[in-house]
Design a protein around this ligand. Sequence first.
Ligand SMILES: C[S@@+](CC[C@H](N)C(=O)[O-])C[C@H]1O[C@@H](n2cnc3c(N)ncnc32)[C@H](O)[C@@H]1O
Length: 301
Amino acid sequence: MRRLKVRREIAIGGCAVSESNEPVHTRLAELAAPYARSQVVDLGCGAGPTLRAVSKLAPEVSLVGIDRSEESLRRARIALTKHSGPTTEIVADLSDPLPCADASADVVLSYNTIECLPDPHRLLLEVARVLRPGGRAIMAHVDFDSMVVAGAGTDLDRRVCHAFADDVQGWMDHADGRMGRKLGMLLARSPLTLVSVEPLLAWSTEFSGHAKERIGQIRKALLSAARHGRASVDPAEVEAWFAAVCEADRLGGFFFSELAFIAVAERPSEEQLISEDTRPARDGRVSRRDGNQASGRSAAA
Ligand SMILES: C[S@@+](CC[C@H](N)C(=O)[O-])C[C@H]1O[C@@H](n2cnc3c(N)ncnc32)[C@H](O)[C@@H]1O
């Protein structure tokens, strides 16, 4: 079969074609920058890609990366060496109280970390404590359960993707492959006020860049799961799937997509809290919002 020729471009509607995973970090930084006056905190910062993106838009602000992996924090420190403002890397477990003073942060960010916490609501209580009044929480997560790979047959593609979404990898305390779709609801149930939820789609018709990296992660995670006796797909099937993905790419039939959600919430200012207190009591229900009402934009560029 002849290889299909595919032009790579930003799709109409603002979906991101992903060479690396940069679009999501850039979007997080765009959302953070208008509020980043003195301090931005990244929970589960890893090697620092989000903080590096924030640094480009807010070069003077104090950047704080928190992670329990010392090796990741070492890489984050290197990634932030060109930042003009102060940078701090803190080794801490996000299941514990955050190592930050009350009302000390303008923005608290997190990408692809909150699924690892058995009690994400507890973390959001801490985020509300740490944010200054009027400060913003920007929580983002891939919804791994809705990831799409077209490479092998339908059944194997589905089973592999779902096994990855459900797998509690060795470095995780917990996994929730449906965290992306739950972020808005979690923030709406926290002491913060939900401002927006927006989708960001990464997709590729070529087995390269971020798509290749993610498929490599899936293969590695599921082979490791099998070695540790927690696999729902056996190693021979994982390798057959991987070979089929490579073959699909060779024949021009490969497709990959993953959908991230970015939920933004605000710690009410003192004035907002006072006016809420003087308003007639409501029925306590969280108001429902659809994508258009909740989001200032329907999709990220
Ligand atoms: C998937 S990585 C994402 C890293 C980074 N946000 C990024 O976008 O590349 C998840 C990160 O969360 C950290 N992590 C997971 N559970 C944690 C916990 N309980 N406390 C602190 N860090 C945690 C891991 O060490 C890892 O660096």
